[in-house]
Design a protein. Sequence first.
Lengths: 254, 122
Amino acid sequence: MSTEVIGVRSDAATPLATVRRIAIVPAFNEERNVGRVLDELHALDPGLDVVVVSDGSTDRTADVAASRGAHVVVLPFNLGIGGAVQTGFRHAWESGYELAVRLDGDGQHDPAELAALVAPIAAGEADLVVGSRFVAAGGYRSSAARRVGIRILARVVSMIAGQRLTDTTSGFQACNRRAIAVYASDLPHDYPEVEGMVLAIRHRVRVVEVPVTMREREHGRSSIGALASIYYMIKILLALFVDLFRRDVPPLDA
Amino acid sequence: MLSAVTPLKVSIAATVVSLLLLLGVFELIRSRRLRERYALLWLATGVVLVVLSAWRGGLNTIAGWFGVRGYPPAVLFAVGLLFVILVLLHYSTVISRLADQSTILAQRVALLEAKLREREHE
């Protein structure tokens, strides 16, 4: 019988078969969505540990996650997605995990896509793999304004990174130990995906994008409105601009 | 009666000072002593002051709109003051949030310590 790691057959002697692996699931008031995500993860790969970071949730998110056997970290108040995700990466780092996948607790990231996400790491071709909605055509519906924003950010980040990147706001990611170390030590707080990707590249983390399709949310609404998007956009562009003038990248705590 | 114009020296001095403010804020962000989130309002202040200081025709025109006939640079003071008030108000909300959060943290730590002591006594 062949062993499987997150749906990736490891007959080809990939080193991941024995690797300690964890899914980091940030969740803010996702009691109706997080249970299904955890069930799907368990069905896919029973050997995959899961840490759910409840980011100041006021509903039963933590209870639901605990009842599914996940390791649950409850933040005493809302830190924002960056702080929540970094908590997960700190846990992954300190507990010695070799592979971490990050997916949102709202169910928009389909665990079935994890196999594709992990493949480049298994092949030793990447340290950080990002699920992109735009590598392949179709697959993502959103407001026009938001799509334009995502496009602009992708352009800017590609320019800074010297590498073509199409979806810098995707929170659907897989990390090896090296990328975990970067995110555990320094992940921007407000809107971590974009700046985090630039940061990772500056740490010479090899980033690869793979195409994914994202699902519609089943319950509830996304936490980012139109006006907030513009505010975020300005803030991120400012952060990226200032990053250009930062000479010393902070060292890893590795 | 024609409106007065901004003296050149005032424009130059105000522009230099505003630019120094922008530079200072930028350096604070760069050295990670100021988070972008809290710098945006300062940067907006700096940009508006630079524009009003350097663009002398604009300052005179705006002064005219508000009926400031005698001394157009008074508008610079007014705008500067307005932004300082905005920044202070913003910081008041930030401090309130931090105070709430540190209360929660103190409670959580105290509860954890109590739990730990109970365990040690068992």
